[in-house]
Write a protein that binds this ligand. Structure first.
Ligand code: AMP
Length: 397
């Protein structure tokens, strides 16, 4: 059976086709600028050259239609007919408190996704557009929703509640949800395999460090805590998001800079983080390069970035009462050798000791810990699409 994985953003559609007989990726691609002049589709069929198509598309339905046309194209397609797609798996950012696992999409599921629009206004509306476009074009197959929040639903109230009047949790569902769940799920399971221990007996700290970044503390197969909160804004310093700050700064700057709520939301999500602090870029590669050329703001931005992560490692080791391994993943975690080294520096008191030579890799699954490190340091490339494909397959086969 072939599974089509779809990740629909406001103006983009990422896709991947996975053959579940051997979990091989048959094709992947990205439709960019959907609904904006200058739409492009980049299609990568396995074993063939990349294809770039430029064609303006009005909406997500037209975008998905183009993807399907490309998948069955005689020259660069990967199947003869759309009927070969057995099921479609959709990445959905927010499932609220309703879903702790992936589900086959029906009207109730779509209603829950819609009910979460107000708590995930940037993500859930385009996710639902992607689902509806696929359902319209592929009405005879099952569609599955795989939620970013689902894995974190195992957190207990002691870790997901904020110290706010309890009514705001009851009335407005204000609580910690956590995101990047599919990635934390994938790498923590791989880590347990690398440890050679049953997943339910492991204490694992996962560091998903990409442009967006979050950490999770996992014990006995359950998420104990995670750094992102009610929205993806909380926690680590990210490319353009502030992460943890004193909430009073929000009111203060709204007044000083004359920002309304939408502008303030944009400010802390898009103008802050490593971009705002360094003044260089949101891309860690540029900031490291600037710091190497003695740019003082870039240097201090990196220190703030490392310190926040180190702080959470300590926090999570305390909450887990120990730790078997920490796991680096995502763009920065998989590739930034120096960043991993700086994060692990001076953590030997906690049992974390890196072997610099073993850490000298990019994008590979390795154990980078020193022989006498009590805590293993793993680098594990994430694979969210594979989780989506596996869940979709197991719910629909
Ligand atoms: P992601 O959001 O997981 O796709 O990660 C993208 C981010 O990874 C980019 O914005 C870069 O900051 C970062 N990145 C990728 N490669 C490197 C590298 N070699 N060194 C430092 N950062 C990197």
């Amino acid at each position: 059976m072939k599974v089509l994985c779809v990740n629909a953003g406001s103006s983009s559609i990422k896709y991947q086709v996975v053959d579940m007989t051997d979990e091989s990726v048959l094709a992947s691609g990205l439709v960019d600028r959907v609904g904006i002049p200058g739409t492009t589709l980049e299609h990568k069929p396995a074993g063939k050259d990349k294809v770039l198509i430029k064609k303006d598309l009005p909406d997500h339905t037209a975008g998905i239609q183009l993807v399907l046309d490309v998948l069955i194209n005689e020259e660069y397609g990967i199947m003869k007919s759309m009927d070969e797609i057995g099921a479609v798996g959709h990445r959905v950012v927010h499932g609220g408190e309703d879903f702790a696992a992936s589900v086959v999409i029906d009207d109730h599921v779509k209603k829950v996704i819609k009910d979460c629009f107000d708590i995930a206004p940037l993500h859930n509306p385009p996710n639902l557009m992607g689902i509806e476009a696929c359902q319209a074009l592929m009405p005879n197959v099952k569609h599955v929703a795989v939620f970013d929040t689902a894995f974190h639903q195992t957190m207990d109230p002691a870790n997901f509640l904020y110290a706010l009047p309890y009514e705001v949790y009851e009335k407005f569902r204000v609580r910690r949800y956590g995101f990047h769940g599919t990635s934390h799920f994938y790498v923590s399971h791989r880590a347990a395999e690398m440890l050679g221990k049953p997943y339910e007996q492991c204490k694992i700290i996962t560091l998903h460090l990409g442009n967006g970044a979050s950490m999770a503390a996992i014990k006995d197969g359950k998420v104990v805590d995670t750094t992102m909160g009610f929205t993806p804004l909380e926690g680590l310093v990210m490319g353009t998001r502030s992460g943890d700050i004193d909430p009073a700064i929000v009111f203060f700057l709204m007044e000083k800079l004359g920002l309304n709520t939408t502008e303030a939301n944009n400010y802390f999500n898009k103008k802050a983080g490593m971009l705002g602090l360094s003044g260089v870029s949101n891309d860690l590669r540029d900031i490291i390069e600037a710091a190497d050329s003695n740019n003082e703001r870039a240097k201090i931005a990196l220190e703030v970035y490392y310190n926040r992560i180190k702080g959470y490692i300590g926090n999570y080791i305390a909450k887990l009462n120990g730790c078997d391994c920490i796991v680096f993943t995502a763009g920065v975690g998989e590739n930034a050798i120096e960043t991993r080294e700086n994060i692990c520096k001076d953590l030997d008191y906690l049992g974390i000791k890196m072997d610099a030579a073993k850490n000298n890799v990019r994008g590979k699954e390795v154990d980078a810990s020193a022989d006498d490190s009590r805590v293993k340091i793993f680098i594990i490339p994430t694979n969210e699409e594979l989780v989506i494909a596996r869940d979709t397959y197991s719910l629909t086969k």
